[in-house]
Ligand binder design. Sequence first.
Ligand SMILES: Cc1ncc(COP(=O)(O)O)c(C=O)c1O
Length: 419
Amino acid sequence: MYIVGEAEIEAVAAVIRSGALFRYGDDSQCERFEKRYAQHLGAGDFALSASGTYALAAGLIGFGIGPGDEVLVPAHTYMATATSVLAVGAIPVLVDVDQSITLDPAAFREAIGPRTRAVIPVHMWGAACNMDAIMEIAAKHDILVLEDACQGVGGAYEGRKMGSIGHAGAFSFNYFKNMTGGEGGGIASSDARVMERARCAIDPCHFYWQGRSDSIRPFAGIGARASELMGAMLNVQLDRLDDMIASMRRQRRAVLDGIRPLHNIGLQPAPMNSPDHDCAAQLMLTMPSAEAAKQFVAVLPSVIASKTGRHTFPQWDQVLMHEGAHHPALNPYKLPENQGCRMDYDTGAWQRSIDILDRTVMLPMHPLHTDQDIGDMVHNIGQAARVVFEGMPAAAAKLRRPAAVDQQKFDSVTTATGT
Ligand SMILES: Cc1ncc(COP(=O)(O)O)c(C=O)c1O
C-alpha cells in the first residue's frame, strides 16, 4: 500500500529540471535516501537497486552464496524469494509456514541440512516473522539470515525495523509496496564486506564513481543501478511512512477490538509475532476449515491467502519446472556442485502450509480509512461470521459499503493497496 501525490510530482520534476539524472553526482537523491533509510532502519548501510528481486540476489551475493549451497525459503512468498537463490547458482529449499503465515521456526530447524548456508524469512503481507526464534536457531547452526522485507517496508519486529535484524535485509519499492518509486529496491546490512559485495553486484562499476575499497576483489555482476527519479520519489515517501504505518496499526487494533465479541462464536484472528510493531497492512483471520474460509469470502469480499495467484510455491513455475537459468549450462538444478542439494518440490509436501493458507482470510487496511470505515468493517466481518459460525443464511447478511477513501487528506492523487 502506498500514497503518492503532488509532492512526488514536484520532486521528480525538480530532478528533471536540474538535468542531473544520474545517481552519482552532487546532491544525489539516491545517496540522500540511502543515508536516511539506513538511519530509519538502524542499519549500518543501505544500497538502492532497481528492484527487490535484485536486492535479494545482491544480499546473497554479499554473503558469498553460490553453487553447492542450499538456501531455505518459506513455502508462502512471492516467487522472487526463491528465484533470487537460483540467480546466484544455489538451490532454494522450501520450509513450511505456521499460522502467522510466516516461516515456522520449528520447521526451519528441522529443514536445516549439511548444505544449508542461509535462510530467507519473509515478512509476508507486512506481518513480522518470529525473528527471535529464527535468529537463535540460525546462530546455533551457523546460518546466515537474509530478511525479505520487500513487503515489510516501515514495519518492525518488537521495536527493531524489519530488514535490520538479520545479517542483511532486502526491500522492494515496486508499485504495490508501502513506499514506491514505480519500481525499486535495496539492501541493508551492518556488515561492510557484505555491503561492498552487494554494491558490486548492483553496479559492477560503482567503485569508479564511489571509490574502491580494498576489502573485496571486484567481480562481474549484472547490474541494477537505481535512478535519481526513484531516489527523489522515495525521499518524499519516507517522510510519510511512519504516520501511514501508525495509522494502519491503530485501525487494525480498532477492528480487532471490535470483533473480539465474535471470538465466542468461533471467529479467530491469525496469531501475530509482533502485532504492535508490524506493518498492519492486513487483518488476518484463521478459519476452522477451507470451506469456512470460502463461505466467509463469498459473503464479505476478501482474500484467501492461498488464492493470490503467485505467492505460494505451487504457483512458482520456473522453480517447479527446474528452469533455474536462461541457459542450460548455468541452470543451478543441473550444476554438478548442486547434485547433493535437495531439489524435489513434490507438491504433496508442505501440505501443512497449504492447509493453513487455505484457511487464512485477509482484509486490507488503508491509512486513509475513517472511523466510519472501520465501524463498517467490524459490522461486515460480524455479518460474514454469523453466516459461517451461526448458520445465518448468506442472503440475510446485510453489508455496509465502506465509504470512499478521502484522497485529499494526504494531498495524494493515487493510492494502492496490496503487496
Ligand atoms: C516477498 C517479496 N519478495 C520479493 C519481491 C520482489 O520485489 P520486486 O518486485 O521489486 O522485484 C516481492 C515483490 O513483489 C515480494 O513481495
